[in-house]
Design a protein around this ligand. Sequence first.
Ligand SMILES: C[S@@+](CC[C@H](N)C(=O)[O-])C[C@H]1O[C@@H](n2cnc3c(N)ncnc32)[C@H](O)[C@@H]1O
Length: 221
Amino acid sequence: MVLEGFHAVKHAVRFGAELLGLWTADADELAALSARLAPDVVLSPTVVDLSALAAVVPRAQVVALARRPRQPDPDGILALPGPEPVVLLEAPRHLGNLGAVVRVAAAAGAAGVITTGTQDPWHADALRGSAGLHFALPVARSRVVRTGDRPLIALDPEGTVVGPGVIPPRALLAFGTERDGLTDELLAVADARVALPMRPGVSSLNLATAVSAVLYLGAAR
Ligand SMILES: C[S@@+](CC[C@H](N)C(=O)[O-])C[C@H]1O[C@@H](n2cnc3c(N)ncnc32)[C@H](O)[C@@H]1O
């Protein structure tokens, strides 16, 4: 996996990533950043002119390659024990959004993230969006929507406004694609269809913002 930027490298290493290489254009700046922001993380960079590495010059001054970790497949994520929810993204389009969802799922202590659709949730742009936090919880793509033993809770602006107890333990929290929302097929099999309240005239929240609100609402239950 390609990791770009100090925070992505820091989080990846902190959560167990095996780095295959780490390159920087400025060893002094990297050492200063490490000392200030992540003294717990030991980095051994190779200094290189990053513009010589690729036709497209990376924006970040730190770039690493990490081995993709072995993780549970989607059914294994669903089967994880404990009350923590799993986040299901139906065919997300924007990799930055996808990464932001992984980041908040890791921060809020979700059990994992499952995506459907064509986007690779481990794409470099998604890893940049998650600041490397893909390494902190299982993230996998599934061909089909399966629920395991988890209650399927559809997050939908047209749903019933979320209230206390609406999000049960072990929920599989489903969020729709950025433009069109959840599919009719998923809504038809959901155990509940829940909305975050919004001021009249506002049609929806950004995908990652909605995931964040629901996860922290659930955590505060
Ligand atoms: C940008 S929204 C999609 C908007 C789409 N036009 C719709 O009506 O669902 C992406 C996803 O975020 C979640 N979402 C956004 N706002 C929400 C709200 N107020 N309540 C519940 N879920 C919301 C839903 O899962 C939605 O499918």
